[in-house]
Design a protein around this ligand. Sequence first.
Ligand code: HPA
Length: 236
Amino acid sequence: MTVHIGAKAGEIAETVLMPGDPYRAKWAAETFLKDAVCVNQVRGMLGFTGTWQGHRVTIHGSGMGMPSMSIYANELIRDYGAQTLIRIGSCGGMQDHVAVRDVILAMTASSISTPSRGIFRELNFAPSADFDLLAAAHDAARELGVRTHVGGIYSSDVFYDERQDLTDQMERHGILGVEMEAAELYILAARYKRRALAVLTVSDHLKTHEALPSADRERSFGDMVEIALRAAFKQD
Ligand code: HPA
């Protein structure tokens, strides 16, 4: 047990999928895993461990925002030995060629600040995905016929952003989408020599203001889970 995770030693798998929403973790575990067992309920944050095609997997919520992601990723890595951590979540599209329902594989995650800012101070560290996971996720998305983009995203500290000037600069520099967790996950993976990736469905669009209808959200979320699982266990 840790401060925020009630799982006993050995109850967390080396591969952890991390949706923001704890109920998404429950849905994914019930839908994709065999013999899924709930291993955490502290503060309503749900985690489940089961198997997928014989491989042990934990699906654990991250909560919203980098401070929350930081708590769970730190404990999963440092106390439970998680080796591969894949965020599965939604993002806002920021480019004309990125449409609602598309999947973004976040190669890098820019930010104004993260919980690790106190360590980096004047350094502009470049948080990036694990290349093998990224390549495997790209292959999986192709196999599944999911429209996919690979590139930079922005991990914001606010959902209700007031900095249109910054959004404009990011658009100009090719940032594909905005979410709120990936940068700190990538930083922690770098610090502890683990593998990390963010697989993101475009749920809304900052330019067109289109939003994914709720009926489509489940299917898109399922695509992400499938991409993440295939990527995590790809043998090469
Ligand atoms: N901003 C931040 N996070 C998000 C968004 C957004 O527009 N859409 C989905 N996650």
